[in-house]
Write a protein that binds this ligand. Structure first.
Ligand SMILES: [Zn+2]
Length: 322
């Protein structure tokens, strides 16, 4: 099996240092095993993506020294199947929606946020349920295809089975999809396909074998695994959720600090090898102890990029010294 990972930026804002760490790890994971890297622009929500942010994705990746085998030709390649807004992908998402809504896997929902808030106290929120926003308790579950209105959202009918995943970084993780996440919206009332459906269909169609991303999405992976099963994907990807970058005090990095924007660093003329070395020290702490700068390609001689295991929710990163 050839390893295939993807760099999957969402152009709804500037990319930050956390994205750079994810991309670097995904890239190293594939390259170290002689695999391939796919670039996918996750602009399924066209109301939130902007052309200048898409342009910046290409410039930032080039600046970091990351390359890929498959992906859009460039920022203006709107027809690429590696761009979620392309007509080809949109038709694919629609096809699944039509199939699943007609078969009863999806049901129409017209609940407002206020409805969700009203219902929420009826359930016991535990642990990571907080990561999923207001859980849906199934107010519209009795509804069917025949009483749907054009402005309805569509939710997936989840089963009540407990879910277990074996993450390549975090280890075993268990969760109850139905009580902790609740039936998710797969198509919004405005007709936009939800992230969860788009990303799973993309991973399936693009033959992605490994998904590398931050620990904040670990819970939703239980939903993604379920979606792959519904799609009859008999070779679903394996998942690697890395700890999130944090500062000296263990606080998670946030976009509010301007210096974290890759575009900001690039435009200030910073040498990207400084950042790559800083990020890579989290992966190769001994080999890079004395290194100040390096390129992604130079890291390929250092072996597998996975020395850290266990639930390291925040990885300290001293950006101040860059
Ligand atoms: Zn509803």
């Amino acid at each position: 099996m050839t390893v295939r990972t993807r760099l999957a930026p969402t152009p709804s804002g500037a990319l930050h240092v956390g994205n750079a760490f994810s991309f670097l790890l995904a890239w190293l994971w594939a390259r170290h095993q002689g695999g391939k890297v796919v670039l996918r622009i996750e602009d399924v929500d066209t109301t939130r993506s902007r052309p200048d942010w898409i342009e910046a994705v290409f410039r930032d990746l080039e600046w970091l020294g990351l390359d890929w085998e498959e992906g859009p030709q460039g920022p203006s390649d709107a027809q690429s199947p590696f761009r979620q807004s392309s007509p080809l992908r949109q038709e694919r998402y629609q096809t699944i929606w039509r199939e699943w809504s007609a078969s009863g896997q999806l049901y129409p929902c017209r609940c407002t946020r206020s409805d969700l808030r009203t219902d929420a106290p009826q359930i016991q929120q535990i642990g990571e349920a907080q990561d999923f926003g207001i859980p849906y308790v199934g107010r519209c579950r009795h509804r069917t295809f025949s009483d749907a209105a054009p402005s309805d959202a569509w939710r997936l009918r989840l089963d009540d089975d407990p879910s277990t995943i074996d993450d390549l970084w975090m280890g075993r993780h268990e969760l109850s999809r139905l009580s902790q996440i609740g039936d998710p919206v797969l198509r919004r009332g405005d007709g936009c396909t939800a992230y969860h459906l788009a990303v799973c269909l993309d991973d399936f169609d693009q033959g992605i074998t490994h998904v590398v991303r931050g620990r904040d999405l670990l819970g939703f992976t239980h939903l993604h695994v379920y979606l792959h099963k519904l799609m009859n994907n008999f070779c679903p990807p394996k998942f690697l959720h890395h700890g999130l970058l944090g500062d000296h005090q263990g606080l998670r990095l946030a976009k509010r600090i301007g210096s974290e924007s890759l575009t900001g660093m690039r435009c200030q003329g910073m040498d990207s090898r400084l950042l790559v070395a800083k990020l890579a020290k989290r992966l190769y702490p001994q080999a890079l102890a004395g290194s100040i700068r390096c390129t992604p390609h130079e890291l390929l001689t250092l072996g597998s990029p996975l020395p850290l295991t266990g639930d390291q929710t925040w990885i300290p990163l001293a950006l101040e010294s860059l």
